[in-house]
Design a protein around this ligand. Structure first.
Ligand SMILES: [Zn+2]
Ligand SMILES: [Zn+2]
Length: 332
């Protein structure tokens, strides 16, 4: 006596209560929470709950959680964070204005600035998905009436990085951080044609590797590339080109693909911007090129030099469905 009437459904109810009070969480934290919820439910009632932490058990549990969320138009979404190489989870609204959540931390002009920076990150030179800090500061001019000074913008950029919306690379370039990719999924949908999907997991990929064969549409998260290497040694799944050890035949996708390409400001469906500041562009490129990246992995540096060698030639050849909407200027 004294035992509560509980069922295994109480585990996912408890889990969702815990998740609701949090933002994004790494898979490790989510799974620890799951195990703790199972222990809590088992401790108060007679119920047969498998206490273990297995991949199959976790996946089945996540399916169950998602089924409970479907009628509410909520989603327990997950995604690989390419900066930390870990999977992260977040409870999100399927519909609705997800960028409105920034209003708790930023005023309308600041949100407009954030949107402008995000747009230039996504519309940056092909497959680079990042902009220089000068490029980001220049976006203050796109906020009209102009209420964001460059000093204010610098503070904001630091804040966007600190709050997990943007990532800043060793070279000082800004890209979208996993929080934006997860939590602003609805907002980012309008840029769908500018983005590429991972060949393995079919999620959007803004940072990872791509096949160096011109026109080949293999784009991969780093973690998905590792999975592929384990199962299928040394060939591209799309064009069957040989991928050698150390990244030969592949090149970086995302910030690491930046090679001093000219940053031409673009607007979605609006072509190139006329009033770009040429002198800043040049200074910008020189500055970025002169900085040396820490090369921790030989595969990355080789991939990068591969991109440099093949850069110009393959850029011209990469026209296709995804590239169709891009401006002529960009293809050269
Ligand atoms: Zn992937
Ligand atoms: Zn290929």
């Amino acid at each position: 006596m004294g035992r509560e009437k509980v069922s295994s459904n109480d585990v996912h109810r408890l889990f969702l209560q815990a998740v609701l009070s949090r933002r994004m969480m790494p898979e490790k934290v989510a799974r620890t929470l799951w195990v703790k919820c199972k222990e809590a439910v088992a401790s108060v009632g007679d119920v047969n709950i498998d206490a273990g932490d297995t991949d199959d058990g976790w996946n089945a549990f996540i399916d169950k959680v998602q089924q409970a969320l479907n009628p509410l138009d909520l989603e327990f979404r997950n995604m690989i964070d390419d900066n930390s190489n870990t999977r992260v989870y977040a409870l999100l609204n399927r519909k609705g204005d997800d960028i409105a959540q920034l209003a708790s931390d930023y005023n309308p002009a600041e949100i407009a600035y954030f949107k402008a920076v995000v747009e230039q990150i996504i519309l940056s030179p092909k497959y680079v998905y990042s902009i220089s800090s000068l490029g980001a500061l220049r976006e203050t001019a796109s906020i009209k009436p102009s209420t964001i000074s460059k000093a204010h913008a610098e503070t904001l950029l630091t804040s966007f990085v600190a709050r997990g919306w943007l990532a800043k690379s060793a070279r000082g370039r800004y890209s979208l951080a996993v929080r934006s990719l997860l939590e602003l999924n609805n907002y980012l949908e309008k840029y769908g044609d500018e983005c590429v999907d991972c060949t393995i997991c079919h999620e959007k990929v803004y940072k990872g590797i791509m096949c160096a064969t011109p026109n080949c549409k293999t784009f991969l998260h780093k973690q998905c590339a590792d999975t592929l290497r384990r199962h299928r040694r040394g060939t591209c799944p799309t064009c069957q080109a040989a991928w050698g050890e150390g990244g030969a035949g592949m090149k970086p996708l995302g910030e690491e693909a930046y090679n001093g390409q000219k940053e031409v400001r673009r607007r979605l469906n609006g072509g190139d911007d006329d009033d770009e500041e040429e002198d800043e562009e040049e200074l910008d490129g020189t500055q970025d090129m002169s900085q040396t990246l820490p090369d921790s992995e030989p595969s990355q540096s080789q991939g990068r030099s591969q991109a440099k060698r093949g850069g110009r030639q393959s850029e011209g050849g990469k026209k296709g469905k995804k590239a169709g909407g891009r401006s002529k200027k960009r293809q050269e």
